[in-house]
Design a protein around this ligand. Structure first.
Ligand SMILES: [Mg+2]
Length: 298
């Protein structure tokens, strides 16, 4: 499949956003870069998406990020994304590995109480698992028997979810309780501010991604992956189409930044005197020159 498979309107929107001065490309991980798997430890991203993100990250004035509900450490291990791609874990509460030290005593105490309470709640319910992250705890019921899973989720909502200082995020077959206030929308805002992005694109499949879609405006572009209600302006069916979107965005942005017919560097000729250096294309057009001296801007 090629980018031709994408709806014409979406292609036009991608062409448009590829021409923004400073672009932020952000996406969710599970269900967006990586197909959903029964065992969350086996969720690997599509190589095409990884390749496109890596290349986008290498372009000028282009920042890429993956904002996931997973703990940052897991996300880094599992995704094996290159260092140029920014990783944000736990719905935006972990921007780097050292985050745990930023929790104050009160939050740490609440985290401990939460863990103890949740362990009690899921005790003896087969298939339900707790994922303890630095600033939150996720309760996964994907592998539990349906009724039992519903019961655990209801208990969590009527119990620790109501505690002061706890913020709840519902996902597909998972509920996450955090001891800091955060969501993917805030994470997106922080990234956007950091890089001074003039437009951002966000892709995501889960209800938690709606917080990010809600923060988009103006020239931004939101793409929902799969079914379900959404605030995003566009929708694609699955992770294969995400790879197409990222690939097409890369192609368009690269062309816009460097010119569609830019000759490869080995075909350029260098001219220099003692004062300056210039590069010429094979048809003798000046394409790069530092003036007035070799240390001046091109
Ligand atoms: Mg997801």
């Amino acid at each position: 499949m090629t980018a031709e498979a994408l709806p014409a309107e979406l292609r036009r929107a991608i062409v448009q956003i590829a021409r923004t001065p400073r672009l932020l490309v952000a996406c969710d991980y599970d269900g967006t870069l990586a197909p959903i798997t029964l065992n969350p430890d086996e969720a690997r991203p599509l190589p095409e998406s990884v390749g496109a993100l890596r290349s986008l990250a290498g372009l000028h004035e282009t920042t890429t990020a993956v904002i996931s509900g997973r703990a940052l450490r897991d996300l880094a291990t599992l995704s094996r994304l290159p260092a140029e791609v920014n990783l944000v874990g736990s719905h935006g509460s972990e921007f780097d590995i050292g985050f745990i030290h930023a929790l104050d005593d009160k939050a740490r105490e609440l985290h401990r109480r939460l863990e103890a309470e949740l362990e009690q709640l899921v005790l003896d319910v087969p298939g339900v698992s707790l994922e303890v992250k630095p600033a939150s705890i996720a309760v996964h019921v994907r592998r539990a028997e349906h009724e039992a899973g519903r019961r655990v989720l209801a208990d969590v909502h009527s119990g620790p979810s109501t505690w002061e200082g706890v913020s709840t995020t519902d996902g597909k077959e998972v509920v996450e309780l955090a001891v800091v206030q955060t969501d993917k929308g805030r994470a997106l805002d922080i990234l956007r501010h950091q890089v001074g992005a003039t437009a951002g694109i966000f892709l995501g499949d889960d209800v938690t991604d709606e917080k990010a879609f809600a923060r988009l405006s103006g020239p931004d572009l939101g793409i929902k992956v799969g079914d379900g209600e959404t605030l995003a302006a566009f929708r694609v069916p699955d992770t294969v189409d995400v790879a197409l979107v990222l690939g097409f965005l890369l192609e368009e942005r690269r062309n816009w930044l460097y010119g569609e017919s830019a000759p490869p560097i080995e075909r350029l000729s260098m001219l220099a005197n003692e004062r300056s250096v210039a590069l010429l294309t094979p048809d003798a057009k000046l394409t790069w020159l530092c003036h007035p001296g070799p240390d001046a801007p091109a």
